[in-house]
Write a protein that binds this ligand. Structure first.
Ligand SMILES: Cc1cc2nc3c(=O)[nH]c(=O)nc-3n(C[C@H](O)[C@H](O)[C@H](O)COP(=O)(O)OP(=O)(O)OC[C@H]3O[C@@H](n4cnc5c(N)ncnc54)[C@H](O)[C@@H]3O)c2cc1C
Length: 422
């Protein structure tokens, strides 16, 4: 994959015909997840479209000029003009394919697609999701000599890989960087021999047939499935959010905080994630305004004490955002005072949103018994309402969602399955 700098932009991109350019950063799990998709697609489309990479941290002025405010961001060019939509954040392979297809004549797209050969593989157990729950299940199954495949739409690690520090996972005296903890968990499971199919698009899940289709052309079957798909950040669902998602509005401090050096930031939320991530973002930003709907934070007391002692952070309780509006390089967050209904405008360089999570169940929600909040119900062996379908970790109905509880669920499901299969 050719890497270019700002100086080469004109020659390689503007005068380069059809080009897709990936702005990436270091310590950026979504960038690492998109890289194998980008490289795979370069092999398919590379004769027609040039695939280039640029390191965003070292080419900041150009990135800013092009409106790149999040990593990774893919930009598409045709004869010097930007075409289609820019893609950023957790980018799906199919989204890239759609953009590439639009840049080529239909006949050529057909020829390219005909090069893809469908395949089928079979395993004893298929684990969907390689966060702490899925990785632990994979480890125990592998150590029981059960033929297991782990499938993830991102790279292994789950939410832990985007958490800057973990201080409550037993076995470590000092707080651990989240990406190291998840890297170690993943390597342990991989070295045991579990098969990994990660950073793929999960196109279809058929729980009856115990079959998952990835990247549209690869079918993976198993005798049993473990769902370990975790949760995703809730969106505010207010005007301007969708348009500025990845373009100044972020849900991942580890990925984007470093771009707010000496800049002003608004953080929405008041739970553990919001308060802990605010502390991390304050290492970079010069000023942070926290907006929270209640009259006090709900985060743990220790994290709150740290936050209140931080001179860079001010708080706006009993306020809720109503809209985000772009104003040149800045974002205006319109917030409403929930008591007086008065609205004020907060101007900042970026906004981080941490307002809770929702279970990742979209592709199979109609098949399983769920609780009132949409989380999967399981029995004490982690078996769901469907035979041979288990669920573990944050995606299941339970009171406490932590790494330790996800790891415990994965352990239980794997031992129960290994016993059944033996
Ligand atoms: C900001 C933040 C800070 C946190 N800090 C801590 C902490 O300090 N200590 C602690 O104990 N806990 C912490 N947590 C909670 C902890 O991260 C979770 O409880 C834990 O990661 C849950 O593990 P999991 O395996 O269930 O799910 P996840 O870690 O969410 O992993 C789920 C995996 O499934 C994948 N996936 C999603 N959909 C699909 C699909 N359709 N097909 C295939 N794969 C899919 C995802 O890509 C992901 O890799 C924190 C959470 C957040 C958000």
């Amino acid at each position: 994959m050719k890497e270019i700098t700002s100086e080469e932009f004109e020659k390689e991109v503007l005068k380069g015909g059809k080009v897709v350019l990936d702005f990436y950063s270091t310590e950026c799990p979504p960038c690492e997840a998109v890289a194998p998709k980008f490289e795979g697609l370069a092999k398919l489309y590379g004769n027609d479209i040039t695939f280039l990479k640029m390191f965003r941290q070292q080419n900041k002025p150009l990135a800013e000029k092009l409106g790149v405010k999040s990593s990774p961001t893919l930009l598409f060019f045709d004869n010097g003009k930007q075409v289609g939509n820019s893609l950023s954040g957790g980018i799906k392979r199919t989204d890239i394919i759609n953009q590439l297809d639009n840049m080529l004549p239909a006949e050529r797209v057909k020829e390219i697609k005909s090069l893809i050969k469908p395949s089928v593989s079979e395993f004893d157990v298929l684990i969907l999701g390689a966060g702490p729950g899925g990785l632990t299940a994979g480890l125990y199954l592998c150590q029981s000599k059960v033929n297991t495949v782990l499938i993830d739409i991102a790279l292994p690690g789950g939410q832990v890989s985007t958490t800057h520090e973990v201080s409550n996972y037993p076995g470590f005296i000092d707080p651990q960087p989240g990406y190291m903890l998840s890297h170690n968990m993943s390597e342990q499971t991989k070295q045991c021999g579990t098969v990994y199919k990660v950073a793929v698009d999960v196109s279809k899940i058929d729980l009856d047939k115990k079959e998952v289709i990835i990247d549209e052309f690869e079918t993976v079957r198993a005798k049993k499935i473990i769902i370990a798909t975790g949760t995703s950040p809730n969106l505010m669902g207010i005007p301007g959010e969708k348009e500025m998602k990845g373009k100044g509005i972020s849900y991942c401090a580890t990925c984007d905080a470093k771009y707010y050096g000496d800049k002003e930031v608004v953080i929405i939320g008041g739970g553990n994630s919001a308060v802990e991530e605010a502390d991390f973002i304050s290492r970079f930003a010069s000023k942070i305004t926290m907006v929270h709907q209640f009259d006090a934070f709900t985060a743990n007391k220790q994290a709150q004490e740290k936050l209140f002692a931080n001179q860079k952070i001010s708080t706006l309780f009993e306020h809720e955002p109503r809209a985000f509006v772009r104003d040149g390089d800045k974002i205006i967050t319109e917030v409403e005072n929930l008591k007086t209904k008065e609205r004020i405008k907060l101007t900042s360089d970026g906004v981080f949103i941490f307002i809770g999570m929702k279970p990742n169940i979209e592709l199979f929600k109609d098949k399983l018994e769920l609780d009132n909040w949409g989380y999967i119900k399981t029995n004490e062996d982690m078996l769901t309402s469907m035979p041979d379908v288990y669920a573990v970790g944050d995606v299941i109905s339970k009171k406490y969602r932590q790494i330790t509880t996800a790891v415990a669920d994965g352990t239980i499901a794997a031992i129960a399955i290994a016993k059944e299969l033996s």
